[in-house]
Design a protein around this ligand. Structure first.
Ligand SMILES: Cc1cc2nc3c(=O)[nH]c(=O)nc-3n(C[C@H](O)[C@H](O)[C@H](O)COP(=O)(O)O)c2cc1C
Length: 253
């Protein structure tokens, strides 16, 4: 585990695992020097596991990928997967540089996948430039991944307001306090903003900032991935045609 310092470097906060016994020790003679990158990558290269829990086929999945998603999400939830609604959201603005980050899925219906964020954030800017995204869920305990790709649009103000009203007050204040993705001098900036907003709204309701609201990812493609032995995983893809009908097929791992 690591901490992100103010300068953006990752600082290890737990001792490194010892190198595998067979790996030669390439550390410099200075015992206080950090382990060489080679030692770390030897550790990484040895990390693997076999996936053997379940199988997946075009015959076993639902005709409607939303139904299949709901079934897998329900299984992830009842298997007590940590943060089953967490999805890695990849976006790409006009500079062609993809960016990915985790957001929480706050609703799924036949229209799409809803998440909430700051419209003025990096992802908000990228989505304004190129309103397309892919979301990936990884449910490690179930050896499953789901990818959902499509167009993204803001949800209505009414829908954002309804969700905003369900958020804890601290989170509402937090949305006002954080200029998400903007460079800030120090944590003190956030704390000062938080105190400011807390004071401004007193005991009254906290209104939703105009720059905060929901997005709906409307899928054109789904992929369901089930880990299998020997890296011969099962992958089933669905795509929607112009009429709105879904077809599905198997792809190679
Ligand atoms: C488990 C988890 C859940 C998160 N949920 C959200 C979320 O729902 N909305 C959001 O804007 N950021 C969420 N974040 C923070 C984002 O990953 C990211 O730091 C933030 O949105 C800024 O991203 P950007 O600078 O690329 O726009 C979450 C992070 C984690 C680790």
């Amino acid at each position: 585990m690591g901490l992100l310092s103010e300068r953006g470097w990752t600082i290890a906060t737990e001792p490194r695992r010892p190198a595998a016994p067979a790996a030669p020790d390439r550390r410099p003679t200075d015992p206080t020097a950090p382990a060489s990158p080679m030692t770390e990558s030897d550790d990484l290269a040895a990390m693997r596991r076999e996936y053997t829990r379940e199988t997946l086929s075009t015959e076993s999945v639902a005709t409607d990928p939303f139904v299949q998603f709901q079934a897998w999400l329900a299984e992830a939830t009842s298997a007590q997967v940590r943060d089953p609604s967490a999805m890695t959201l990849a976006t790409c603005g006009s500079d062609g540089q993809p960016r990915a980050r985790v957001v929480l899925l706050k609703g799924v219906d036949p229209d799409g996948f809803v998440f909430y964020s700051n419209y003025a954030s990096d992802k908000g800017r990228q989505l304004a430039e190129n309103p397309k995204a892919e979301a990936a869920f990884y449910w490690s305990e179930l050896e499953r991944q789901v990818r959902v790709a499509g167009d993204v649009a803001r949800v209505s103000d009414t829908e954002s307001d309804e969700y905003w009203a369900t958020r804890p007050r601290d989170s509402q204040i937090g949305a006002w306090a954080s200029p998400q993705s903007a460079r800030i001098r120090s944590r003190g900036v956030l704390e000062a903003n938080e105190a400011d907003s807390t004071h401004r709204y007193g005991d009254g309701p906290v209104p939703r900032p105009e720059h905060w609201g929901g997005y709906r990812l409307v899928p054109r493609r789904f992929e369901f991935w089930q880990g299998r032995a020997s890296r011969l995983h099962d992958r089933v893809v669905y795509e929607r045609d112009r009429s709105g009908a879904w077809s599905r097929w198997r792809i190679a791992p």
